[in-house]
Design a binder for this molecule. Structure first.
Ligand SMILES: Cc1cc2nc3c(=O)[nH]c(=O)nc-3n(C[C@H](O)[C@H](O)[C@H](O)COP(=O)(O)OP(=O)(O)OC[C@H]3O[C@@H](n4cnc5c(N)ncnc54)[C@H](O)[C@@H]3O)c2cc1C
Length: 317
């Protein structure tokens, strides 16, 4: 969601001023926040949600409402015109649940609390102190617009009936949503690395999907459990792999029809029956990408590799 999406025609996504309606600490590392308010009646997806993403604007102080011109189709320009210290910080999140009902629409988001000194940020800080009633702007898909026009969901298995989903705690909400929306006859596996064993949450996955939760060892780096588990499952030998990062690059973002690395993309062969969706810390995803594509020869058209955040780097809108 950027300036180029926000001119002339009505944007395919909506800006909603919401209020926090519910807060639940579902585990030591996840806080589940429910947002409501009349503006959310503009939100919705045609069909399943899968890994649809939204943008949340965390205000500079808990009760502040940045002076964004909500009526304008160019609200993005109006947001950017506000001095940085007054407009707050925008970050990307997944929709864990979307409740559309006559009495109003609610959006539920699972926030990871990463609160180690020097490794936290405005979103995590907000989530750790949030109170019911606080105002927050959310940007999300506009109801009635086909999902293909939002550009907000990447999960696209096509005709594949078997999937491998893998990610760290930031990808856990998207993996859960994908598995709860997926057809019940989907087969495959999901690997989810989380900070502690107490962060294992309930997912209503199709019975043919084996969900493996991977609590990290104390003090261990992201990827230390996920990389060996995924490579072991796929038969890629070397379990002790060094995490690679794309120095000086943006987050890794490669899907079946987009390559942030600018690589050519071939259409998936009709016979492809397996789809790979991997998200989380960018260096970890980059490491897995290298092994899957280069060492195991997995077709680029069968994959989505997405850096959801990057170690040591604060995200921006
Ligand atoms: C499509 C998409 C969907 C996402 N969905 C979710 C979701 O549903 N739930 C969720 O919690 N996150 C999700 N994320 C990730 C989230 O946007 C980032 O973690 C974001 O950086 C958090 O912002 P912040 O203000 O807390 O930290 P930032 O200000 O961005 O970063 C500050 C510091 O914190 C570090 N950091 C950021 N995230 C983490 C982390 N998880 N663990 C440890 N250190 C971290 C950074 O490396 C940096 O050093 C998603 C990201 C994308 C792109």
């Amino acid at each position: 969601m950027s300036a180029e999406n926000s001119t002339k025609e009505r944007p395919s996504y909506a800006l909603a001023l919401t209020r926090v309606q519910g807060i639940e600490l579902v585990s030591p590392s996840f806080v589940r926040v429910t947002f409501g308010g009349p503006d959310l009646d503009e939100f919705g997806t045609e069909g399943d949600i899968f890994d649809a993403r939204i943008k949340i604007i965390f205000p500079p102080t808990p009760q502040a409402i940045p002076a964004i011109d909500r009526e304008s189709d160019d609200w993005w320009g109006s947001f950017l015109a506000i001095p940085e210290e007054e407009r707050g910080s925008m970050r990307t999140y997944s929709v864990r649940e979307l409740h559309v009902a006559e009495e109003g629409t609610e959006v539920v988001v699972d926030f990871v609390l990463h609160l180690e000194p020097g490794r936290t940020g405005p979103a995590s800080t907000w989530a750790s102190t949030v109170q019911v009633g606080q105002p927050v702007f959310i940007v999300g898909p506009r109801r009635g617009i086909p999902s293909s026009e939002h550009g907000g969901a990447e999960y696209a298995p096509g005709a594949a009936r078997s999937v491998l989903l893998a990610g760290d705690e930031t990808a856990a909400p998207a993996i859960a949503r994908i598995l709860e929306d997926a057809p019940r006859d989907l087969r495959g596996a999901a690997f989810i690395e989380v900070p502690t064993a107490s962060d294992i949450l309930s997912i209503q996955a199709p019975p043919g999907i084996e969900v493996t939760w991977l609590p990290r060892a104390a003090e261990a780096e992201h990827g230390s459990s996920l990389i060996p588990a995924v490579l072991g499952y796929l038969g890629g030998a070397d379990a002790a792999v060094e995490v690679r990062d794309l120095e000086g690059e943006e987050l890794l973002w490669e899907t079946a029809d987009y390559s942030g690395l600018g690589e050519p993309i071939a259409a998936a062969p009709a016979s492809v029956d397996r789809y790979f969706w991997i998200a989380g810390e960018s260096g970890v995803v980059t490491t897995l990408r290298r092994h899957l594509v280069k060492d195991l020869g997995i077709d680029r058209a069968q994959v989505a590799f997405m850096g959801y955040w990057r170690r040591g780097v604060a995200m921006r809108g």
